[in-house]
Write a protein that binds this ligand. Structure first.
Ligand SMILES: [Zn+2]
Ligand SMILES: [Zn+2]
Ligand SMILES: [Zn+2]
Length: 220
């Protein structure tokens, strides 16, 4: 089977790329636009939907930032609906957004400098009820800094997958949750067809470019 390419864009230089080529493309664009800074060290991290590999982002993160800073960025870009709990799993240990004496887990104030190395992989969960699962990989350690005063910058992202209305074939805008919960393979509709669709109108969420699409109250 041919490997899917999962197209996307480097947000530095706005160039088209694919998931497989994105690391080299981002480094090329950072070199061109900002130039290497011998005093800067940042991780290039790839996050993707564990079960939806077509959703991916690349983050440039200061070498000694905290896991919390990444958690905030992931929520902001992809996940936040109602302040659910989240956790990273790294080297078999959980780092949770609200460490709990009873259930254990380390704090997300842990710094990346002691934890990360190039090639490291790990997992991340947002919301223990209607969960979104991500995996990540440390792609590289590079001589650049995130822009401004932030410690995390999103530098590349997948293009929105081409999701079509199951009735007319136009680009889909709504997911019918009733259909989704009934395991229909065609829960996607455009506005017009969704209006005519017989399920409850309230039971819908917008189509958005995120692995959390269609979950809980996530609207992008
Ligand atoms: Zn929620
Ligand atoms: Zn339609
Ligand atoms: Zn429906």
């Amino acid at each position: 089977m041919a490997q899917r390419t999962y197209p996307g864009h480097s947000l530095i230089g706005k160039t088209a790329t694919t998931k497989r080529k994105v690391k080299n493309e981002v480094i090329r664009q950072l070199t061109r636009e900002r130039g290497p800074d011998p005093d800067a060290e940042s991780w290039l991290l790839m996050f993707q939907g564990k079960y939806q590999p077509e959703y991916w982002i690349v983050l440039l993160v200061k070498k000694n930032a905290t896991l919390k800073a990444i958690d905030e960025a992931l929520r902001d870009i992809w996940l936040e609906c109602c302040s659910h709990l989240s956790a990273f799993t790294i080297h078999g240990e959980d780092y949770v957004s609200f460490p709990d004496v009873e259930f254990g887990g380390k704090s997300m104030n842990a710094r990346l400098g002691n934890l990360f190395s190039v090639g490291l992989t790990g997992e991340y969960i947002y919301d223990y009820g209607d969960s979104t699962y991500l995996t990540f990989k440390v792609l590289d350690l590079v001589p650049f800094s995130p822009k401004g005063r932030t410690s995390v910058e999103i530098v590349a992202r997948n293009d929105p997958p081409d999701i079509r209305c199951s009735v007319c074939g136009e680009p889909a805008t709504e997911i019918c949750l009733e259909c989704l919960y009934e395991d229909s393979e065609t829960p996607f509709f455009c506005d017009d067809c969704f209006e005519k669709h017989e399920c409850d109108e309230e039971m819908s969420l917008p189509v958005v470019n995120s692995p959390r699409m269609g979950q809980c109250a996530y609207t992008g």
